[in-house]
Design a protein around this ligand. Sequence first.
Ligand code: ZN
Length: 349
Amino acid sequence: MPWNITGNARAVAAIARSLASENPPHAYLFAGPARVGKASLALRLAQALNCEHTVGAQGLAPLRPDDTADVAPCLQCTPCTRIAKFLHADVQTVQLEINDDGEPKTAIAVDQVREVERSVALNPFEGRTRVVIIDPAHLLTDEAQNAFLKTLEEPPPHVVIVLIAVREEKLLPTIHSRCRRVEFRLVPVGEIEGALAADGVEPDRAALLARLAGGRPGWALEMARDPRAFERRRAVLETAHSIVSLPIHKRMSLAEKMTEDFRSGREAMYSQLADWAAWWRDVMLSAAESQAELTNVDRREEIRDLAARLDVQRARAAAEACSTALWQIDRNAASRLVVEVMLLNWPKL
Ligand SMILES: [Zn+2]
């Protein structure tokens, strides 16, 4: 398995085919849900384009159209390992900048795009191909997208651009039409479990994490590699269980504290709200005596206990409050207000 990517075999095959083709694209759009492997495959693509052992990749003679084996990166040579460690001078990721308060900005502005334009004009320093990965591309401002059009249309020959987007509808049609679209999907439980096992995770834990991952191998691997992350999830779910007994003023102070804690990262806030949404969905399913499989299989007893004390309507209202909060956070609403309203809409026992 030379590409070493969990799931999304069609996306991997599409990349391999395009690398082996006579007219490989110079710009890609990787579209699909968070944590399913888009950024990992973007790095693999950068490796394939600079690996010492790939043939037929961009800049070299094309292979026969069906001969895609030799375009996979070896993952062992100097360029491959330097790219994996983010040390390679020709592979650049454009992300949200951090503002003076230490918080990530809410968009990728036109200045960052102009910087990219300057750097792609230079020849590669150490490899064959300059690769620019824009992640998250759906947070490029319209002005930044417009400024990027010319580069996307006619990038210099030694340049490949990868746009990574969870919400591709935020990209202008003119951006879409200049990119080869590669679609990513949620990954089946069995494939995530296999990847965790191959990573040395013991079988019971691999089975649990794969089920909890909701199709996101990136989440599962992070949980497996970082015991503190799994501990954080436990704490997050225990808070959910206890909040239903809290009076309103305590919920308000909790909202304030959460907003303080997450000042440095909306990503962490988003992930906590997503955990709560999945938790409430489980409570709702359990209250409705549904046969559908629960997400939080390791917390079945607490979920049943809470479901027994609530009716379906109240559990559903809480689940919907979480979804609304996620939607609002995604659109950059003021996080404290969003969390306050959500917690007020949770049931009181
Ligand atoms: Zn290599």
